[in-house]
Write a protein that binds this ligand. Structure first.
Ligand SMILES: Cc1cc2nc3c(=O)[nH]c(=O)nc-3n(C[C@H](O)[C@H](O)[C@H](O)COP(=O)(O)O)c2cc1C
Length: 173
């Protein structure tokens, strides 16, 4: 990627993957390194990343938690989980920043995947209880996002971004 804007423009929600091509462990490890390096409130790093890149009950649990056909095309999943006891809590309003921390790390994963030629997609509309049971996730560890990762299927191209205009969302005070 020649610059950050190009990277941002090239990241998109990929919902169809090449089922014949699996990202190598080295590639996935490289993407995860970018998640590990993400910033977090007070540098608490209240996260875990569970990687599923083969057939088996773990993969089936992810698919059961998110009943969309397209998810089956993804060769790998990275589950982003928050360690609830480790998150920074703002004292003024007792607001936990676990979701903020995990979101930053998850987006590092998506951008890194793009930089490595991989597709990815945020998935939060999963059934947390089904995922918890299927992956045996202990109490105190909260699944925040599932990120499917893989090579985009043939013919999948980066769609144009549909976004609100700068006028609608930015206030220069
Ligand atoms: C927090 C969050 C949760 C999301 N959850 C889902 C999801 O459950 N399923 C899905 O298909 N896309 C999901 N998305 C993807 C969004 O629909 C997508 O990012 C948005 O439409 C913009 O499209 P783009 O990612 O291609 O730029 C989610 C995105 C975010 C940031």
């Amino acid at each position: 990627m020649e610059d950050f804007r190009t990277l941002v423009l090239n990241r998109f929600s990929c919902r169809k993957y090449d089922t014949m091509r699996r990202p190598s462990l080295e590639l996935l490890a490289d993407v995860l390194e970018d998640a590990r390096l993400a910033p977090s409130a007070c540098n608490r790093q209240p996260w875990e990343f569970w990687v599923i890149d083969s057939e088996g009950p773990a993969r089936e649990a992810v698919i059961a938690s998110y009943e969309r056909e397209w998810i089956r095309t993804a060769p790998a999943f990275i589950i982003c989980l928050g360690r609830e006891a480790e998150g920074w809590v703002r004292p003024f309003d007792v607001h936990s920043h676990i979701d903020v921390d995990l979101s930053i790390a998850a987006e590092h994963i998506c951008l890194s995947a793009t930089a490595h030629g991989l597709g990815s997609c945020w998935v939060c509309n999963f059934n947390p209880e089904v995922l918890r049971r299927g992956l045996d996730i202990p109490e105190g560890l909260r699944p925040v996002a599932i990120i499917p990762v893989g090579y985009p299927a043939e013919g999948i191209t980066v769609p144009a971004k549909t976004r609100k205009s700068a006028d609608e969302i930015i206030r220069w005070l």
